[in-house]
Design a protein around this ligand. Structure first.
Ligand code: GTP
Ligand code: MG
Length: 575
């Protein structure tokens, strides 16, 4: 079959970000026949769509198993000196059928149809020899494609930040062009959510790291958890990983009651925590010394949940590797389930997370800020408090669980239903616009001083004395997931909810097309306004420069100040 003219232009922009090539099982020739269909396709596919099955939903467990299997058949290739996609694919096709591939930056992710192809690829792969440097002899599936022929540097791909969401200013502009707040919220989710390629890359990185651990613990797996898989992941979010050694730990093994049997001799440690710390310490050292692409590694072993933190350079992911962290896996499963129950859940969480990031309520560094996890639980709680509720309580999900769902982790009841079809939702028809406005109002007037947020019960509980913000950990019920949050940060959150509640009420309607036509500037409205830096702190700082700052309920000065801002904005737009 003839290669279409679009192929030529696509070759010129070889290595352009965001290309996913999905081909059937077959040779590279067949794949090139279909190339024109795909080359210009944006691959920002909704991960959720991939997870859906014909009749209902796939459990997170099933999604993970499928992704892990795909990752084991994949390689990550740096293509510095490559200029020719066709030759690249032809070369790899010598080792087996290519099932899928995509490029990002200077890298290519290539998934073979069979795992055996990886072994034959390894046979044909050379050990590098660079000048006088010596190499750590660890062979991994992170490879480099070299080209000994002369290279046309004009087409040399430029390294750029892949997997990042669009800059906030661009997002604000994009949202202002939408016609309703509901559309703005949907558009925001689309711009931020993890793409199919980012999701695949996350599983591939876990699989590459597993290869480093496997010589010591062949039966282990490394699974992503947290926002990489719970459905609320934003492009560029960190990669939380869990080293699962349960298959080897013998926790569920049944001992014979009589007769001979053999057991392994194993090194003993004083506690489970010390075992976890030692494993992470040893594996962390291996990753640091042998792991290609693993840089800036820190062992944070004294944390409540010990972890190893590093950057995986080829993917650009900030990685947190934990072990013995099954409760966090359960929280991930729970969040995933809530996100699958009703599309409004995911939309609202994305919007609130984005708003919180733009307003500095959440930050990527540790501190007294509200975490994304806490914020997500706050959104879930709010949705449980609607009338009728949009999502059920965790207690209800536990009551629906069957024997196969039973899960007790370190004396914590982590049981909840996994069969989505057993969950009957109530018929709440509120729009995203209504929900966003109500979310801000709900928390602008929430009695944080006396009440605790509890998604297990789906209603407020009396708060234990102590922490300014109390959000009960859904599974470890004696813990507060927002223990780190101080009064100042909670005060900021409440003040920003008040401001945003007011702002959104004033800017609910899109400007008519006539207002914006022919003008270079775009009128900001709706959700766009919420992403602009807040004016509250500056005004408050000036007003209270001599006084001690304190949090006050919604008051006239905020309203007056915002009114004057709006008037100025309108004047500018009219001139
Ligand atoms: P981002 O990384 O900010 O996008 O969100 P995230 O949900 O991945 O949060 P984070 O990386 O901080 O934590 C990863 C996962 O660990 C969360 O999704 C939760 O499942 C779990 N987790 C985080 N903090 C807590 C906590 O305080 N208590 C419990 N039980 N689990 C937590
Ligand atoms: Mg995370």
């Amino acid at each position: 079959m003839r290669i279409s003219p679009s192929f030529g232009s696509a070759m010129a922009s070889f290595f352009k970000m965001c290309r996913l090539h999905t081909i059937g099982r077959g040779s590279v020739v067949k794949c090139l026949q279909k190339v024109d269909t795909f080359l210009h396709r944006n691959i920002g596919t909704n991960v959720v769509a991939v997870q859906e099955e014909k009749n209902g939903f796939k459990s997170l467990y099933a999604v993970q198993a499928e992704r892990q299997e795909q990752a084991e058949r994949s390689v990550l290739i740096s293509c510095h000196s490559m200029t020719n996609e066709k030759r690249f694919l032809e070369y790899l096709a010598n080792y087996g059928d290519i099932q899928k591939y995509f490029f990002y930056g200077i890298y290519a992710v290539v998934e073979f149809a069979n795992k055996e192809s990886i072994a034959s690829l390894f046979e044909g792969t050379a050990i590098p020899s660079i000048g006088t440097e010596s190499m750590m002899p660890f062979k991994s599936r992170l490879l480099s494609m070299r080209n000994l022929d002369s290279v046309d540097l004009r087409n040399q791909p430029k390294k750029h930040l892949a997997q990042q969401s669009i800059p906030i200013n661009e997002l604000i502009q994009r949202l202002s062009k939408e016609e309703s707040i509901d559309q703005q919220i949907t558009s925001l989710t689309e711009a931020h959510q993890l793409t199919e390629e980012s999701c695949r890359l996350r599983f591939l990185v876990c699989s590459l790291l597993k290869d480093i651990v496997a010589p010591f613990f062949p039966e282990c797996t490394i699974k992503p958890f947290g926002s990489s898989v719970n459905g609320f992941g934003k492009l560029g979010c960190d990669l939380d990983m869990f080293l699962d050694l349960d298959g080897i730990s013998g926790k569920n093994a049944t001992m014979p009651k009589s007769g001979l049997f053999l057991e392994y001799q194993m090194k003993a440690a004083k506690s489970e925590r010390i075992v976890t710390q030692n494993i992470l310490s040893g594996i962390g050292t291996c990753m640091d010394l042998f792991g290609p692409g693993c840089v800036g590694l820190h062992k944070i072993l004294d944390a409540r949940c010990p972890l190893v933190r590093f950057t995986h350079q080829p993917s650009g992911f900030q990685c947190d590797l934990t072990a013995n962290n099954r409760v966090a896996m359960k929280s991930t499963e729970l969040l995933y389930l809530y996100g699958e129950l009703d599309p409004r859940v995911r939309h609202l969480v994305f919007t609130v997370r984005c708003w919180a990031q733009a307003q500095g309520i959440t930050k990527s560094i540790p501190g007294a800020w509200i975490s994304n996890f806490s914020l997500t639980v706050m959104v879930l709680f709010f949705l449980q408090r609607r009338n009728p509720p949009i999502i059920p309580t965790l207690e209800h999900l536990r009551d629906l669980a069957g024997p196969e769902d039973k899960s007790v982790i370190e004396d914590n009841d982590c049981t909840f239903v996994s069969d989505f079809s057993k969950i009957q939702l109530e018929s709440n028809t509120e729009t995203l616009e209504q929900l966003l406005c109500e979310f801000f109002e709900f928390y602008a007037s929430f009695s944080f001083k006396t009440l605790s947020i509890n998604i297990r019960k789906g209603r407020e509980q009396n708060k234990p004395v102590g922490d300014p913000l109390h959000i009960q950990n859904p599974f470890e019920t004696t813990l507060n997931v927002s223990k780190n949050v101080n009064t100042t940060q909670l005060g900021r959150f409440v003040a920003l909810c008040q401001e945003s509640s007011w702002l959104i009420q004033q800017n609910k309607t899109a400007p008519s097309r006539g207002d914006t036509e022919g003008k270079a500037t775009i009128t900001l409205w709706g959700v766009s306004n919420l992403l602009l830096p807040s004016q509250i702190e500056e005004v408050k700082r000036k007003q209270n420069s001599s006084k001690k700052q304190k949090f006050e309920p919604t008051n006239q000065w905020i309203k007056d100040m915002l009114k004057s801002m709006k008037a100025t904005n309108n004047q500018q737009n009219q001139s």
